[in-house]
Design a protein around this ligand. Structure first.
Ligand code: ADP
Length: 914
């Protein structure tokens, strides 16, 4: 043993020293007043430094200088916070070069738990707890606030496995799994496993994850760049004992966040300080450039352990950090983690103690082989030694085990060192957390961010002072955030089970959703069949044979040629409004003055004193009109008023009006289409094809009344049970089959019936039926437009649905969106198949290789739905490739059109007269 002579400290000096361990108040404030630590050593003692021994005043300066290096000022913390936030945002935005200082890896965890998750799950943890591997059996009860303790077993990973071939590591894991399961008296059929793999990974799915680089003392060959889930699956298969489905792979931060019991609000940040350190949080998916997803949220693993910014970290790094990095398995990497993670705190303390010993300040200037070997001081030691009460005694015991002889004043100095290293770690961690909070506050656009942070890892679990320093510093750096810290349960294992359960639930729900929506997704063959059936029905209708298409001649024989002139009065009875228009057609164009009257329901469904109306559609059901000549009804009605003298020249339906009004601007417009409350189409047919009207030359506009297409059963194969429900509840069951799959009056209803069905399956709204959703017509077709609008944030979609009394999760919102998309897409595609049949017929009528034609369109659904018109056009391109079709939206369509029909009729009459 070295022979050491020591001068004792004065009582005041001892007091000042004793104030400090425990971490508060910060050490350096007191260090300035520390007097001298006087040490003297005899020369020549073995294992002890011989040269450069400090004189008494030097030694205190040496300690001061050493510990001063661990001080991080508030300004430095703020710089770290700002720099990390900047890097996070660059990484989210997809910046490639220069590479951002953090990776921001999407984890494919898209929703936090409902609290209703249930079932048995196996969890395998690798990398969460240092050099050990843990297997857990977690039972989720599905009742909020009720928990069952998981069963778990920890296996120490031999060092040669941690550094050996990857296959050996995964075989070891599979072996531990079956050893654990062998001992369990549970039913082990169809096991679902959540894999907690806490290393930086590039995840491409919930069950696909490629290791980027080993950290935390692992370095197995042949794993980096490979899918770790596949490696585990292969090993389980090789083991062969159990059939286990690896459902999800998560890191410990995600497990920590997901396992957290929801408090006032959901817990949306996970923070882990164990061997290493990392955090995750729920980010808006649209902010994550690498994801092709603009809805919902996704959990992002910040991977802040690798944060490096020479500008802000450089001044904070001590000579000891540099030494630690040089000796580590991954020099130059994970610099931030190496100041915070539990794997490194003991090592930093060791380096400082060795330095001070070598400089003669500690242990009488003597070191020991143990003190000079890597890894001899562990996180546990640091925590025990810095304990304000029992610490001093532990210092003696721990250091004596390292072969050091500890003097009375050494113990306190060692405690300072531990506290300095530990406090710095907590403050740096707080700066990083403050960056995440700032990010959340920004993306949520909230003034005051109220958020729960789940904390996990052994540093939090065993060293409560870490949390208190962290909390204090976060309050300083992010005063506008109201943060509650919630310790994780079961070391994150429950969270991994939760992710697995959520994944299993989502997969089951997705399957049901897909199954429900599958009949709405029409493929090319189905749409081509609709086109062909439509064509057949058109031909039969024109010939006067039985057909669901009436193909009514309108006696409109020409589209406008631009020479029409005069003043015309038009009456327009639409689905919702009755309009009177004065249309003045001059050489300068068409000028319209109009007055709109809304139609009271008692009129729409009352007696019909107002062509020959064949039957009411679109919710009209006035009596005494069907089969009567509308022109006569109108003439009589005008006669009853006896106010003005009018000549009723033509009766035009809105479809024809739309075609004519667009035709005034574009002579190629020979098709009219309406997709509003109802749907219909008209087009210019060869007169010779129209059996009902004599004549072999010229054209005639045919009102297809295509809403009734399929009333003969030809669409039955496409019709879903939801269409049947809507039809049954309508005022005209069995009629207007095509219209009921396409138009505004019905799409909201179809969606509502699908939502009811999915709720009954438990897929939506947690299976809770609401009275409001059972109310007919409560789900407006305009909601489809709003929900499907790209510019609308998910939050606004939620508001629409919440106004319907539905309480929903973000998964619900996405599913409702998918339902709306499926219904409106089918509507647009069916409509497109119809238009394709029409334009193809015109092309063939004229014997053309290629037809260029325009379609005049009106109707609010067509005009206001964000994707409807695009889908119609795309379908027409697909099904009528030899037609070049332009869609023109009519303005003031039907009224102007009616006037133009009259104008054209007058022009043709004058020509005949001449
Ligand atoms: P009509 O067909 O009755 O003459 P419109 O063309 O204005 O009149 O169509 C009205 C129908 O359009 C409504 O019944 C409704 O179903 C639908 N609708 C209204 N607003 C929207 C919207 N924003 N998006 C899609 N459809 C809508």
């Amino acid at each position: 043993m070295p022979h050491i002579e020591r001068e004792e400290l004065t009582p005041e000096e001892s007091d000042q020293l004793l104030l400090l361990p425990g971490g508060h108040p910060p050490l350096w404030n007191h260090m300035d007043s520390i007097g001298s630590v006087r040490l003297r050593q005899r020369e020549g003692a073995p294992g002890c430094s011989q040269e450069g021994l400090p004189c008494p005043s030097d030694s205190s300066e040496l300690v001061l200088e050493c510990l001063q290096q661990f001080k991080v000022t508030e300004t430095q913390l703020r710089q770290i916070q700002a720099s990390l936030l900047g890097s996070m945002e660059q990484a989210l935005g997809g910046q490639a070069s220069p590479a951002p200082a953090v990776q921001m890896l999407p984890t494919y965890v898209g929703s936090t738990p409902h609290g209703t998750e249930q079932g048995n799950f196996v969890v395998l943890e690798l990398g969460a707890t240092g050099a050990s591997l843990r297997v857990l059996w977690v039972t989720l009860l599905g009742i909020e606030g009720h928990r069952m303790e998981p069963r778990s077993q920890e296996f120490v990973i031999p060092p040669e496995v941690m550094l050996g071939p990857g296959q050996q590591l995964f075989d070891f894991a599979a072996h531990c799994l079956s050893e654990f399961l062998d001992a369990l008296p549970m039913d082990k059929e169809r096991l679902q496993l959540g894999f907690n793999f806490s290393f930086p990974c590039h995840q491409t799915g919930l069950d696909r994850s490629t290791l980027i680089s080993w950290t935390k003392g692992f370095r197995c060959s042949g794993v980096e760049g490979h899918d770790v889930v596949q490696l585990l699956r292969d090993a389980i298969k090789r083991q062969g004992a159990y059939s286990i489905d690896v459902v999800a792979v998560v890191n410990d931060t995600v497990g920590t966040m997901m396992g957290c019991e929801p408090g006032v609000g959901p817990c949306e940040v996970g923070l882990v300080v164990d061997t290493g350190t990392n955090a995750c949080y729920m980010e808006e998916a649209r902010h994550v450039a690498v994801l092709d997803e603009d809805r919902g949220r996704v959990c992002i693993s910040v991977e802040w352990g690798s944060f490096s910014d020479d500008g802000v970290l450089g001044p904070v790094l001590t000579t000891f950090d540099h030494a630690l990095d040089r000796e580590s398995l991954n020099p130059g990497a994970q610099r931030f983690e190496k100041m915070i993670g539990g794997l490194y705190l003991g090592e930093l303390v060791r380096l400082v103690l060795a330095h001070l010993a070598q400089r003669g300040v500690l242990f009488g200037g003597c070191t020991s082989p143990a003190l000079l070997s890597r890894g001899s001081i562990l996180l546990e030691h640091v925590a025990e030694m810095k304990d304000p009460l029992a610490g001093a005694a532990r210092v003696h015991a721990i250091l004596r085990d390292l072969g050091l002889s500890v003097g009375a004043s050494d113990a306190e100095l060692v405690q300072y060192v531990c506290a300095a290293v530990f406090t710095r770690a907590a403050r740096l961690c707080a700066a990083a957390l403050a960056a995440v909070l700032a990010r959340l506050q920004h993306s949520r656009e909230q003034q005051v961010l109220q958020i729960a942070v789940a904390t996990g890892g052994r540093v939090f679990e065993r060293h409560p002072s870490f949390l208190s320093i962290l909390q204090e510093t976060v309050m300083l750096l992010a005063p506008e955030c109201d943060v509650s810290f919630i310790p994780s349960v079961d070391g994150g294992g429950r969270g991994v089970a939760m992710v697995t359960a959520v994944a299993a639930r989502l997969a089951a729900h997705r399957h049901l959703l897909e199954e429900t929506l599958a009949p709405f997704r029409l493929d090319h063959e189905q749409l081509a069949a609709v086109r062909a059936q439509m064509r057949e029905a058109m031909v039969k209708g024109l010939r006067g044979e039985a057909s669901s298409l009436r193909m009514l001649p309108t006696y409109v024989r020409a589209t406008p040629d631009g020479t029409e002139r005069g003043d015309f009065l038009a009456l327009d009875l639409g689905g919702t409004n009755f309009r009177v228009l004065l249309v003045r057609v001059t050489a300068g164009g068409v000028k319209i003055t109009s007055q709109v009257y809304s139609i009271p329901e008692y009129v729409a469904q009352g007696s019909g004193q107002q062509g020959i109306l064949l039957n009411w559609t679109k919710g009209f059901n006035a009596s005494d009109c069907e089969g009567q000549d509308i022109v006569c009804l109108l003439r009589e009605a005008i006669g009853r008023r006896q106010a003005v003298e009018l000549n009723v020249v033509a009766i035009v339906n809105d479809t024809v009006g739309t075609m004519m009004s667009c035709g005034y601007e574009d002579p190629r417009c020979e098709v009219g289409l309406i997709v509003g409350t109802g749907t219909n189409a008209c087009y210019m047919e060869e007169l010779q094809n129209v059996a009902a009207v004599p004549g072999d030359s010229g054209h005639m506009c045919i009102n297809m009344e295509w809403g009734a297409f399929g009333d003969d059963g030809s669409l039955d194969l496409l019709r879903t049970c939801f269409d049947a429900n809507v039809d049954q509840a309508s005022i005209n069951p069995g009629k207007q089959s095509f219209e009921k799959m396409i138009s505004g009056m019905y799409l909201g209803e179809i969606v509502r019936h699908i939502l009811l069905h999915l709720t009954s399956l438990g897929v939506l709204f947690r299976g809770q039926q609401t009275q409001r959703l059972q109310t007919r017509d409560i789900f407006k077709t305009k909601f489809l437009s709003e929900i499907e609008s790209d510019s609308l944030a998910l939050r606004q979609v939620r508001t629409i649905l919440e106004d319907l009394g539905l309480s929903l999760t973000s998964d619900d919102t996405l599913m409702v969106l998918e339902v709306c998309q499926a219904v409106s897409q089918r509507a647009a595609q069916l409509c497109g198949a119809g238009v394709a049949a029409v334009v193809e017929k015109i092309r063939e009528n004229r014997g053309l290789e290629e037809l260029t034609v325009s379609v005049g369109v009106d109707g609010t659904l067509y005009k206001l739905h964000p994707h409807f018109s695009g889908l119609v056009a795309a379908t027409v391109r697909e099904l009528a490739p030899r037609c070049v079709v332009t869609f023109l939206q009519s303005e003031d369509g039907s009224g102007k059109g009616a006037a133009l029909v009259t104008a054209v009729a007058c022009r043709l009459a004058q020509m005949a007269h001449v």
